[in-house]
Design a protein around this ligand. Structure first.
Ligand code: FRU
Length: 511
């Protein structure tokens, strides 16, 4: 750290102490090692995800003045590798309107005319939410200094629909085939997605409306629409939509997706998007408002997203301090064909491997009924990655149990009686809520009798990728103490450990 940075840090500690606030140490209880969290205060959705000049930008819904939802502004963090994140100052503070969710793109051809030099403008689209009457309109702002400072467009709002109350979360992308900009946003209460197009980013025309379809039990939020190649040729478009209220799989918020075609104007779901037929992106409780990065170069070719790792049902009450809210790990997306339809598949980005330390490889073994401790894996500590293949006993549950503190037990395993992988956070813990203390299941077929799980465990979260990433369970956890033991367990005899590798995960760098 430079002398200036040290002085700035010392000064901010003095200011914080004078205000009676606790300074972040990044070693607080529940502070994740490798999941992005703001140093302090509230965070919800990822916003304005854009890659530019070798840097991934992560803007986010942020309350710079408190650790609960409110005063919504855009926070800002940057990374060169999707792993180590440096938090910058607030990019867009709230004004007369709160700065709700939205997206950002690079206007390389200067279609907007906002750039007066060779350096293209970074253009952000967000919803301005008027706290007095709840009215929502779409706004534009641009930055000529890599997202540090923003100029509000003097023609704002760019889209106004008086009478439509909840009308928000613009996600903008370039549609190469029609050479136009496209925006998707929600009519939240009507469970519809509106699709707009533009040549210059300033004037927008409504091209079509999609929905309702799939899960309609709660308001729709934070849509994204993107194309994914299909292995073996061709492509399809994926439309993801957050559903909030009590509607999701875990009786809170969740994310559904549709697969179909998009011609630049209209999205048509392959299955007609019948109401009540729901395709989940994630089977856990804490995966919401995902957004994909724009601007990732064609040479890289990946489609990557990140999500807010929380559930609207309990997000404001989780026991973390001096921050509240974290992101998932970034995930690469693919589509695979299965049983005549296309399924969304997620994989942790490969860059996360740079955090792997101290590998432990466990020998294949039978798994006895009861628990058998894995001492070397326990020694890796509370932030680890595990790659485990199990041949589950046919009579019950086979898996891993992580014991923490005095009474918290986190179970991750396979229940062969119902053919499901599960994450169980119902036993003990520092967050005593019935709606939180649950077990979450995902249907996973065995392959040659084996279930393979990739598990990303951090100090207050777990993400389990099963069935090659076609099923993911993402859950926040709040253990009542440090990790005490990791064990194999089974409720019946006959299970087998086929292979198990585990790595300690180093903490991210923050500057
Ligand atoms: C989703 C959401 C968005 C909205 C933002 C406000 O979590 O409700 O629909 O723009 O959060 O913070």
């Amino acid at each position: 750290m430079s002398v200036w940075a040290r002085c700035a840090l010392a000064l901010s500690l003095v200011v914080l102490a004078a205000c009676g606030q606790r300074a972040p140490t990044f070693e607080e209880r529940f502070r994740p090692a490798y999941h992005f969290t703001p140093a302090r205060n509230w965070m919800n959705d990822p916003n304005g995800l854009v890659y530019h000049n070798g840097v991934y930008h992560l803007f986010f819904q942020h309350n710079p003045r408190g650790d609960r939802w409110g005063n919504l502004s855009w926070g800002h963090a940057v990374s060169r590798d999707l792993v180590n994140w440096r938090e910058l100052g607030v990019a867009m503070p709230e004004r007369d309107v709160m700065i709700f969710s939205g997206s950002a793109v690079i206007d390389a051809a200067n279609a907007s005319g906002f750039s007066s030099s060779n350096a293209p403008a970074m253009v952000a689209f967000y919803t301005g939410h008027d706290p007095r009457d709840g009215a929502e309109s779409q706004y534009l702002a641009y930055s000529l200094d890599e997202g540090r400072s923003w100029t509000q467009y003097d023609g704002n709002p760019i889209i106004e629909r008086p009478g439509i109350g909840q009308f928000r979360d613009p996600k903008v992308f370039w549609h190469a085939a029609t050479q136009r900009w496209v925006m998707v946003l929600v009519h939240s209460g009507e469970q519809r997605i509106a699709i707009y197009t533009s040549d210059n980013m300033r004037a927008w025309r409504e091209a079509s409306v999609f929905g309702p379809g799939g899960l309609t039990g709660g308001p729709w939020e934070t849509p994204d629409l993107f194309e994914l190649p299909i292995e073996g040729g061709g492509s399809r478009w994926v439309l993801s939509v957050g559903v909030t209220g009590q509607a999701g799989l875990s009786a809170g918020s969740g994310v559904q997706y549709f697969v179909g075609t998009f011609d630049g104007e209209r999205f048509i779901a392959d299955d007609g998007a019948p109401v009540g037929v729901v395709r989940w992106v994630d089977y856990g409780s804490d995966f919401y408002a995902p957004q994909t990065w724009s601007g990732i170069p064609a040479e890289d070719g990946r489609r990557i997203w990140i999500a807010w790792m929380a559930n609207t049902r309990h997000a404001e009450d989780v026991p973390t301090s001096p921050w509240r809210g974290m992101m998932t790990i970034p995930r690469e997306l693919r589509l695979v064909e299965r049983g005549g339809r296309y399924e969304l598949v997620q994989a942790p980005v490969r860059e996360l491997e740079s955090l792997r330390r101290d590998v432990v490889v466990q020998e294949a073994a039978t798994i006895a009924e009861g628990e058998s401790a894995l001492t070397a894996i326990t020694a890796l500590g509370g932030a680890m990655e595990l790659d485990v293949a199990l041949r589950p006993a046919s009579t019950g549950e086979t898996g891993l149990v992580f014991a923490y503190g005095t009474e918290t037990r986190l179970r991750i395993g396979y229940d062969a009686r119902i053919g499901h992988v599960f994450v169980d956070r119902s036993e003990g813990g520092a967050f005593d809520r019935d709606s939180f203390r649950r077990r979450h299941y995902a249907p996973v077929p065995l392959e040659g009798g084996v279930a393979r799980l990739r598990i990303f465990l951090d100090h207050s979260s777990v993400e389990v990728f099963a069935d090659d990433g076609a099923r993911v369970i993402s859950d926040a956890i709040f253990p009542d103490g440090g990790l005490r033991s990791v064990s194999l367990y089974a409720t019946g005899a006959g299970g087998e450990l086929v292979s198990l590798s585990a790595w300690r995960m180093a903490a991210m760098e923050r500057d």
